[in-house]
Design a protein around this ligand. Structure first.
Ligand code: ATP
Ligand code: MG
Length: 364
């Protein structure tokens, strides 16, 4: 069979491979690129919208087996690549940063910074370019969690400064702007300025994802932050206890108020796994985070177990994902990252669809 004919068959076959999140086939989505056929050997790229795609391997296998079954094809090589798309936002004050995700919790101490750090690390491990901004001006904990000494950031031209780099990501913390151990004393109106500085005056370079660890609570401070930053979406962290869930509900409402899409709710310290037993022990109430997510019709992003290794990771400056990649907590953080990235892609596809409809209406 001529190469051209074979290529047409391959493309026809790939039209039966559906992206389960975007509900379209990978050919019409424009994902299939650089197809080459030589003597029955075919290679092509599948360019996804995120390297953190949770169904990447599933898609690769489906492409592989379906194309292999075509008569005349001897060998198939599928290269999974990605090109993260930027969120369209009305206030694009951060050139080069494609998506900004804020992590919030109504209540303090529920593990928000730990989730932020591990979410950022998990996204980075997939190959994405990642930044982490610790906006907790009252109790910045990211420098300690990542093992970065409190040193002032390096200055650049035009009053800009460079983020610190650690574990493959760029990091900026309110902690770097203070003397160690002394909280930054700020009044409400000054906050907007600080955030603007953090966002506009940092040389972030090119980033696929910037994760922001917000201060705990849902008061004016958090509201200012969520309004001033051009956010792509928000993640809410809760624990299973009722007091935490009530506050998490306030977090959901805060994002709704400022019209930031909620990417989902994650329940931290959900269950305990004791030594030598693989059973999940739900020491607190079970299912609260899921119920909250269902109530507000937002995605539930999973349960993170309560584990000593998580605490050790936070204290030693090496997040559990890097020190114990096989831990069930690491598994939960990876799954969280995949879902967050997938949600952002889905939201962008919806926006693009709206634009396309608008264009059609305008043309007719
Ligand atoms: N899954 C977990 N298992 C065990 N310990 C955890 C887990 N998640 C977080 N922790 C621990 O709980 C403590 C609080 O976590 P963290 O600092 O991330 O919470 P936070 O919500 O950011 O707190 P704050 O409100 O002070 O900013 C830390 O000591 C952390 O190591
Ligand atoms: Mg914190």
């Amino acid at each position: 069979m001529a190469n051209q004919e074979l290529e047409a068959k391959v493309m026809e076959t790939l039209k039966t491979v559906m992206d389960p999140d975007l509900h379209k086939n990978i050919v019409s989505l424009g994902f299939v690129k650089n197809i080459k056929i030589d003597d029955g050997n075919v290679t092509f790229d599948v360019e996804l919208t995120t390297p953190a795609c949770p169904v990447k391997e599933q898609l690769r296998n489906e492409c592989q087996s379906k194309v292999k079954a075509i008569e005349g094809i001897r060998r198939v090589e599928v290269n999974m690549t990605s090109n993260v798309r930027p969120t369209q936002h009305s206030q694009p004050i951060l050139t080069g940063v494609k998506n900004i995700v804020a992590v919030a919790s109504g209540k303090g101490g529920v593990g928000k910074s730990t989730v932020s750090a591990n979410l950022a690390v998990a996204l980075g491990l997939t190959g994405a370019k990642v930044g982490l901004m610790d906006a907790d001006i009252y109790g910045p904990s990211i420098p300690k969690m990542l093992g970065i000494p409190i040193t002032p950031p390096m200055g650049g031209a035009n009053n800009k400064f460079y983020p610190h780099e650690k574990h493959g990501m760029k990091v900026v913390s309110a902690g770097f702007l203070t003397k160690e151990g002394q909280p930054l004393m700020l009044r409400g109106p000054m906050l907007g300025g600080i955030i603007q500085q953090f966002l506009g005056n940092v040389e972030w370079g090119e980033l696929d994802y910037l994760v922001i660890d917000l201060p705990p609570g849902t008061g004016d401070v958090q509201l200012t932050l969520t309004q001033r930053a051009p956010l792509s979406g928000g993640v809410i962290v809760t624990t299973p206890q009722e007091v935490s869930l009530i506050d998490a509900e306030k977090g959901v409402r805060m994002f709704e108020q400022v019209k930031v899409p909620i990417l989902g709710v994650v329940e931290n310290m959900s269950y305990f796994i004791c030594d030598g037993c693989s059973k999940k022990h739900y020491i607190f109430k079970h299912g609260g985070g899921k119920t909250l997510a269902d109530q507000f019709k937002v995605p539930f992003l999973g349960e993170v177990p309560i584990l000593n290794q998580v605490v050790e990771g936070g204290d030693n400056g090496v997040p559990i994902l890097l020190s114990h990649p096989d831990s069930p907590a690491s598994e939960a953080y990876r799954s969280l990252a995949g879902q967050v990235a997938a949600r952002l892609s889905i939201n962008q596809a919806k926006e693009e669809k709206v634009d396309a409809t608008f264009e059609l209406a305008w043309k007719s």
